[in-house]
Write a protein that binds this ligand. Sequence first.
Ligand code: PGA
Length: 256
Amino acid sequence: MKTKPIIAGNWKMHKTLTDGISFVGKIRNRILDKEKVKVIFCPPFNLLFSIVDALDGTSFGVGAQNAHHESQGAFTGEISVEMLKSMGVQYVIIGHSERRHIFGETDGWINQKIHAVFNGELIPIFCIGETLEDRQMNRTNEIIHHQIKLGLEGVETIDSERLIIAYEPVWAIGTGETASNDQVEEAHGYVKTILDDMFGHSSGEIPILYGGSVNENNAAELIQTEGVDGFLIGGASLKEDSFCSIIAQVTNYNKG
Ligand code: PGA
């Protein structure tokens, strides 16, 4: 692993304000080896400000789950990168499969959002991944290639130094089914090839996270898979014991 491992918890539409603050408070007290892992909490929009406040002075990161590409305007229900930044948010998940498939986000929108996040000097966690149908039709590489090329179109090499990728096969998200080590290694290797082609040398520093039913029972094996630099975790990031166990296992592996 070339970088400090990153563990990002995507809470999706879970936890009230009280639950969220109490949760990060407990995790904050339980994680001792903070230098060896970067932990990022991605709560719903309405909790962001309070979670940033609760983690003030710590090395924990806070990310949003989405952002609009315009800085302001008549976009009911949307939040801009500028607004996120003003709350102390540092990361933004862009192109999550639920945004793509439930809310119809296109590669074009995702590309605009990626640019907006870079322009706002925040860090995008850019999600890609194939559906079960894509995989069964042997189109995994084609889909990944397409999503990366379109999503990162026009991104400068200098910006790519602040990029985080999350490979999340759609069929593994929230299903309890994890991709096999070989599947993860192959996909991460392919992502790396595309990034090398787009950004040359500096692509070696772009962390590639795995996501899709990561839990305390498969984390140790997955983190040791070639090309995996950390995790984007949904369900297991909501449970204190599971999340702490995953972090401990990743920390243990990263002895450096
Ligand atoms: P999961 O979700 O860990 O519950 O599969 C991952 C994600 O959606 O990022």
